[in-house]
Write a protein that binds this ligand. Structure first.
Ligand code: FCB
Length: 499
């Protein structure tokens, strides 16, 4: 059996600049907040110095994207490559993105360009908690749209605003590493403002294109039926999801957030008259990244035997300050498969997300801008890379999207994260999300079994639901190499060799 998608459904893959480009200290690029941060806090010292060396191998990578037969390719521009000092344009950096956009068009792919995907220029003092950063972003968005606006068909302003602001400014787990919730409230607001300013730039210089933002969306569900857990999950949902979609789609923050004792003061000190009009300017679509759901209980119930029993390991919970402040705590669900990134695939959550968004915000056009699975993929002795778990994962999530479309959700497209294995931020190169395997010592690209599977989905505009795994994707007895050189080691040698 196959599940057919609507005619014209847009299939694609996604990447982001810092995760693939490399050439971090070349061609006029200035450091982003990630460069130094990863030297200190990365896994095995993995950084974006070389990454996939996409900056030099982009033609081959675009050939791979085209070989999938997909209609679009989502990528991001590096702000510190385009405007290294935040004010002057680095022509060489901008030229790179012109080459990419033209290269995509030559191959029949719609360029879907994310203006900003986590890699803030390091010299922007205060980062997103400073309002000036949003104004600098407006200049950057002008430069991008003036130069590329005649050729880019889809613009995405800012990626995963909630995640970046809370993890980086309140939990201290991403750069700039702050632990201050007031800063996170301000950072989120300024990222929303940047989105609004980005939309204005697109309307002015790229009037034929579509524009939207990209929000992470992890549906929040109560881990038990207890009314206090149900209430905590609802609050956490509002503070993590509606806090982005409300301003963008309705021009206002949810009242529960704006009036919350832990947030109200910081928000009032941040918002300036007129901001929400800009932020709420009409978009053509919203991009949603879906990976997992969050299972939440009331913060004061974490030692309750009922909660201890549903947590895995029992009694454990993720100690997140920003949830605690609003009376919630997150636990990992029990007895389900965990990915190497320590989250649980829950394909049913993607249909839930789409149904909820449609119910909460009306039939807004949606693109799934990221969805994918990290695996420790490796090439077998015959050179093939077999990733049946990824095929099953993608199939089950696409089936969920299909169900949601049948139920009335207006889903227009789907982008697999990612085209290539790449630098998974603080988790390093070990977390491989690609349809294409990258050997970080040689930078050789090898399409995985999931690549062929996805190419067939694109060709058929339909997802097979029968046997999940094509014969060529079945695992063999190849053994995983017991010693693998950390990617950073060979990449450091490459840089030394080149200098
Ligand atoms: C998302 C990010 C993306 C990638 C995936 C796995 O949160 O937007 O860059 O790291 O997770």
């Amino acid at each position: 059996m196959t599940l057919s998608f609507p005619p014209g459904f847009l299939w694609g893959t996604a990447t982001a600049a810092y995760q693939i480009e490399g050439a971090a200290a070349a061609y006029g690029r200035s450091p982003s907040i990630w460069d130094d941060y990863l030297r200190e806090h990365g896994t095995h010292g993995d950084t974006g110095d070389v990454a996939c060396d996409h900056y030099h191998r982009w033609q081959h990578d675009l050939d791979l994207a085209a070989r999938l037969g997909a209609g679009a390719y989502r990528f991001s521009a590096s702000w510190s490559r385009v405007m290294p000092d935040g004010r002057t344009v680095n022509r060489e950096g901008l030229d790179f993105y012109e080459r990419l956009v033209d290269g995509l068009l030559d191959r029949g792919l719609t360029p879907a360009l994310t203006m900003y995907h986590m890699d803030l220029p390091a010299h922007l003092d205060g980062g997103w908690s400073n309002r000036d950063t949003a104004l600098r972003f407006a200049d950057y968005a002008q430069v991008l749209t003036e130069t590329l606006g005649d050729r880019v068909g889809m613009w995405m302003t800012v990626n995963e605003l909630y995640y970046e602001s809370w993890v980086g400014y309140a939990e201290g787990a991403f750069p700039p590493g702050h632990r201050d919730s007031a800063k996170a409230v301000a950072a989120l607001h300024h990222m929303l403002l940047a989105h609004g300013l980005g939309v204005s730039a697109v309307r002015e210089h790229s009037p034929a294109a579509e524009v939207g933002l990209v929000s992470g969306y992890a549906p929040v569900v109560p881990a038990t039926d207890h009314p206090a857990d149900v209430a905590a999950a609802s609050t956490a949902h509002t503070h993590s999801i509606d806090v982005v979609l409300g301003p963008v789609l309705q021009g206002r923050y949810p009242q529960e957030y704006a009036e919350h004792p832990a947030r109200a003061e910081a928000l009032a000190a941040t918002v300036v008259d007129g901001d929400l009009d800009l932020i709420g300017a009409e978009v053509d679509f919203i991009g949603l990244n879906y990976y997992f759901r969050r299972h939440v209980v009331a913060a004061d119930r974490v030692t309750d035997p009922e909660v201890v029993a549903v947590a895995d390991p029992p009694g454990d919970f993720l100690n997140l300050t920003h949830l605690k402040e609003i009376g919630a705590a997150e636990v990992r669900p029990r007895s389900r498969h965990r990915t190497m990134a320590d989250w649980t695939p829950e394909p049913e959550g993607i249909a839930q997300m789409l149904t909820d968004v449609t119910a909460d915000y009306g039939p807004v056009p949606i693109h799934i801008t990221e969805n994918g699975l990290p695996l420790p993929d490796y090439a077998g002795t015959d050179g093939a890379v077999r990733d049946p778990e990824r095929i099953t994962y993608l199939r089950d999530h696409l089936a969920g999207i299909h169900t949601a479309i049948a139920g009335g959700a207006d889903v227009r497209g789907y982008f697999v994260w990612s085209l290539l294995d790449n630098l998974e931020w603080t988790s390093g190169f070990g977390h491989r999300f690609g349809l294409v395997h990258v050997d970080y010592a040689t930078l050789t690209r090898t399409p995985k079994a999931s690549f062929d599977w996805y190419a067939q989905v694109v060709a058929d505009n339909a997802v097979p639901t029968g046997h999940p795994v094509p014969a060529n994707a079945l695992p063999t007895t190849d053994s995983i190499p017991t010693t693998t050189r950390p990617a950073a080691e060979s990449q450091r040698e490459m840089i030394q060799g080149a200098s």
